[in-house]
Design a protein around this ligand. Structure first.
Ligand SMILES: [Zn+2]
Length: 627
């Protein structure tokens, strides 16, 4: 029985441990304030047998630890027996086999290596074979030892041909000792884990790593395990074992039910790895992990993040394919960065900041979402595309040498910014997608370490932030996006090049500066400035930038009008029925609040769509007259 009695100062120290999410702390404190005495013995067949031996002659209760033995082999054998690894009677061969088998806690080392490292630091050279053990055991039995009248430590049983490790009563010297049959409560042993792993009770080098920063665990063992580690830590080490405790989410099925074999709703991670890859599995769980909420998981979720892994892979292949082999030596000949280089560098830094901030608060979902958005929507969709202008720039044969040189220098700049950005993306993504990032990293000319995991994690650098470049490119993106949207409304095939008229005030300078980009990214073959809308064109706009797409380019106007009218009818029908539902008191009272919220949102979106379609039809009808 352990009596829980704490001094006030100890309790104040214990309360320093922080919980994430915070609400678990209250529950932990409630338990801790109502502690009862703890019976630590269990009558079960597994676990650590309590290291107590009762003397049958004098009744003395003997407690043995390896400190009771001087010789390293004695300490070793005693530990093997106390840990239940070797029976009370054993052969040297059995001991050797156990010592050479993998350790349970550290499977990459053998039991002997484990003992050497964590239990017998002073005896590193100890090598143990059945032969050396047999010699050692029998030397107690040779005549000289017997004459010296020393107690025999290893008694040989000639019938079983085994040795027995002898213990003698500390009070009367009798060898009639009986070992306690009960084992320690599992949580009593587990509570020692935070310092046990570092080799306690020896004063090891590793023990300096105590206390650690963080424990990650499930809510159901806060009292059984977390609380006991904290108490034992204060008792033995005089310090709390970890600063933070992160209580992770529970993974449930898509309907929020607990997964169970009988319900048949279990998702087996090994199947998912087989189908979607280990990185997609890990990234999906990270992005779905919101503090204080269970994860509702369905197999569909993995699909999207498998695409993300593919996107990253393809981006990597594209970049590597376009790098000059001697790029790093040619960097001194690069041109100054372009606006889009400074823009991507700014976003990269902002992303690094978001990821670091989120991780420091254990907000894994925010961190992975920030990376997903940056990599997919900015780096792949925009930056790589913009770089193609420089990577694929054609040099006219009769161009002057300065021009040829400029194009060459710009190409080196584009390559180096692609490489640098991608290198940092991989480092930022590594904790979330370890395999693919490692593989890609090792192919980069900038990989200076044997593994990406040895690299520094990228941090925010205020010197790499360019607000003006960011503003310019974001505006350019708006303009290109609105041209693309109107093209798609007019059902112009994506690859088809169009003529584009425009009129601009504030954006005029920007459009001139980035003319090349608009031509390339919006598939425009000619960009013509006008004062008003030319006939037979459809107008679109983005802020003060107005543009006009000629309808002879691919849009079959009458067909379009009919199709948008049908779409408008459909939208209006749905809108009527949803609006009616929102007016019904029955629905408002009985439906779950999320459902009401969702309906309101749909109505809002459909109203916007209705307006857009009406405008589009009106524009098309006007053009019909002009044609
Ligand atoms: Zn005794």
């Amino acid at each position: 029985m352990v009596k829980w009695e704490r001094e006030k100062e100890v309790w104040e120290e214990e309360k320093r441990v922080a919980f994430v999410p915070e609400n678990w702390k209250k529950i932990y404190l409630q338990w801790m304030e109502n502690l009862r005495d703890w019976c630590i013995s269990r009558q079960i067949w597994w676990g650590h047998r309590i290291p107590v031996w009762y003397c049958k002659d004098c009744g003395h209760v003997n407690l043995f630890t390896d400190d009771d033995f001087d010789r390293v082999y004695d300490k070793l054998i005693f530990n093997l027996i106390a840990d239940g690894k070797v029976k009370e009677e054993f052969t040297p061969e059995e001991v050797e086999e156990v010592l050479k088998s993998p350790s349970f806690v550290h499977p990459e080392m053998t039991v002997l290596e484990f003992y050497k490292r964590f239990v017998f630091h002073k005896y590193h050279s100890t090598d143990v074979s059945a032969h050396s053990l047999r010699l050692f055991f029998t030397q107690d039995l040779n005549p000289t030892a017997l004459l010296a009248n020393r107690s025999v430590r290893y008694k040989y049983n000639s019938q079983t041909k085994k040795f027995r490790f002898m213990l003698y009563c500390k009070n009367c010297g009798s060898d009639k000792l009986e070992w306690e049959k009960d084992v320690l409560d599992t949580w009593f042993s587990s509570a020692l884990w935070p310092f046990g792993v570092f080799g306690f009770s020896e004063n090891t080098e590793d023990l300096k790593l105590y206390p650690t920063d963080l424990l990650v665990t499930g809510f159901d063992i806060i009292f059984f395990w977390v609380a006991r580690m904290i108490m034992m830590g204060m008792f033995f080490m005089k310090d709390i074992p970890f600063r933070d405790v992160y209580i992770h989410a529970l993974v449930r099925d898509e309907k929020g039910q607990k997964m169970s074999k009988t319900k048949g709703n279990v998702i087996d991670p090994l199947d998912i790895i087989e189908k979607y890859g280990a990185d997609a599995l890990r990234f999906t769980l990270a992005i779905l992990t919101q503090q204080g909420r269970d994860i509702k998981l369905s197999e569909k979720r993995f699909e999207g993040y498998k695409h993300f892994a593919n996107k990253l892979w393809n981006a990597g292949r594209f970049i590597l394919m376009n790098l000059d082999e001697d790029l790093l030596t040619r960097l001194p000949y690069s041109a100054p960065p372009r606006v889009e280089d400074l823009w991507i560098l700014t976003l990269l830094n902002e992303t690094a900041q978001r990821v670091n901030d989120a991780l420091s608060e254990y907000k894994f979902s925010n961190a992975s979402q920030a990376l997903y958005d940056f990599v997919w929507s900015e780096f792949c969709d925009w930056y790589i595309e913009m770089c193609k202008l420089r990577l694929y720039a054609k040099v006219e044969e009769n161009a002057p040498p300065e021009e040829k040189e400029r194009i060459e220098r710009e190409r080196i700049t584009a390559q180096s910014f692609l490489l640098m950005t991608f290198d940092r993306i991989l480092k930022l993504l590594h904790p979330f997608m370890p395999y693919i990032t490692e593989e890609l990293y090792l192919h980069l000319p900038t990989a200076v370490k044997d593994s990406i995991s040895l690299e520094e994690f990228p941090q925010y650098n205020p010197q790499e932030v360019y607000p003006q470049a960011k503003e310019k490119i974001e505006r350019l993106k708006e303009i290109i996006t609105s041209i693309r949207a109107l093209r798609s409304d007019l059902r112009i095939e994506p690859a088809r090049k169009i003529k584009l008229y425009y009129r601009a005030e504030d954006s005029k300078e920007l459009v001139e500066e980035f003319k090349e980009y608009i031509l390339f990214l919006a598939k425009v073959e000619e960009l013509v400035e006008v004062q008003e809308r030319p006939p037979a064109t459809i107008a679109g706009f983005s802020k003060d930038f107005e543009f006009y797409i000629p309808v002879e380019f691919g849009a079959k106007v009458e067909e379009l009008i009919q199709s948008y009218k049908r779409k408008l009818q459909e939208v209006e029908r749905t809108l009527t029925s949803l609006s009616a539902r929102l007016k019904s008191p029955n629905f408002l009272e009985k439906a779950p609040p999320e459902e009401v919220e969702k309906t309101k949102q749909s109505v809002e979106e459909l109203t916007q769509e209705q307006e857009r379609l009406r405008k589009l039809i009106k524009l098309l009808e006007e053009v019909m007259v002009e044609l």
